[in-house]
Ligand binder design. Sequence first.
Ligand SMILES: NC(=O)c1ccc[n+]([C@@H]2O[C@H](COP(=O)([O-])OP(=O)(O)OC[C@H]3O[C@@H](n4cnc5c(N)ncnc54)[C@H](O)[C@@H]3O)[C@@H](O)[C@H]2O)c1
Length: 335
Amino acid sequence: MKKICVGIIGVGRIGKIHLNNLSNHFKSIEIGAISDIDEKKEKLCKDYGINKFYKSYKNLVLDKAIDAILICSPTNLHSEQIIFSAKHGKDIFCEKPVDLSLEKTKKVLKIINKTKIKFMIGFNRRFDPDFMQVKKMICSGKIGKVQIIKITSRDPNPPSINYIKNSGGLFIDMTIHDFDMACNMANDKVREIYSTGNARNKKINQVGDIDTALTTLKFENGIICAIDNSRKSAYGYDQRIEIFGSKGMCGITKKNDKTTFLINGKGIKTPFPKDFFITRYKQAYINEIKEFINCLINNDIPSVGIKNAIMSIRIALAAKLSYTENRKVELREIS
Ligand SMILES: NC(=O)c1ccc[n+]([C@@H]2O[C@H](COP(=O)([O-])OP(=O)(O)OC[C@H]3O[C@@H](n4cnc5c(N)ncnc54)[C@H](O)[C@@H]3O)[C@@H](O)[C@H]2O)c1
């Protein structure tokens, strides 16, 4: 059977993770080419035994050998690259978010629907074994009717200022994962959003973004959700969730590299949490690409696609508006 030939656009932080996973875990595919505007990335091609490196992403898309594309470039380039790839009949996995604006995300939806290509968005947390277990517990009725969802999502360090400038801001870049996770756990549509925040970091403040936020969501079915974010957590990457229901509670605590702990007269010492997304979500990144590849092989539709991308960007834009205008925003305002 002919191997599926995959091309990757952008091999920075996340692109390298996918490159590594594709080359180590999937025998049914080959990596045909890489594209990056940074010529220094050509060395990665050689390191991974990939023959083709394109500085222009269009040349990668136009390469007839390429069947499917992973888009891992900065967010502000995604919609243009998705549209160009879709028009050339390539199946697409795109990192979150699809675009910074709802208009362009909707344009992408139209084109994808017209072309019938396969499209998946990288909401990797849906594929994390722990989050999947929590979702299973909810669905099996073990905690009864869900009433409250609490999400803590704090990064150990902010990304570069250059990254932040093109990211769309905290809600669109970072909280978007939590918005998607909340929708996934609540299994319903958000009705209203309220967000407040602050910029503790001077440089982040100077570029007009914030690094600390609290958001509350109210779903149509009455579930309420609280999300707290920080770009700078002194004790490391903090990813937690708590689901409170009519019959009990379930959730995830911080994931540590080690399980050893020390308790003595001086206090309690436990290991730091996993250092960042690369280690914390290691298995989730493998699982999400596995789903994408399986969908290509079996002609199935990925479980997380453009509709989830639209819902999450609407919530993120509502959160941004709520923060800017300091008021509760109804999701229907963002249509
Ligand atoms: N799912 C996740 O956990 C996760 C984590 C980090 C980033 N992301 C998303 O992935 C995307 C990339 O983020 P990152 O942190 O890897 O950024 P990055 O800046 O580390 O990497 C981006 C790469 O794209 C390259 N690039 C820029 N313009 C290009 C072009 N026109 N054609 C080809 N390559 C180009 C850059 O040279 C760089 O190598 C963003 O959309 C971000 O939101 C997702």
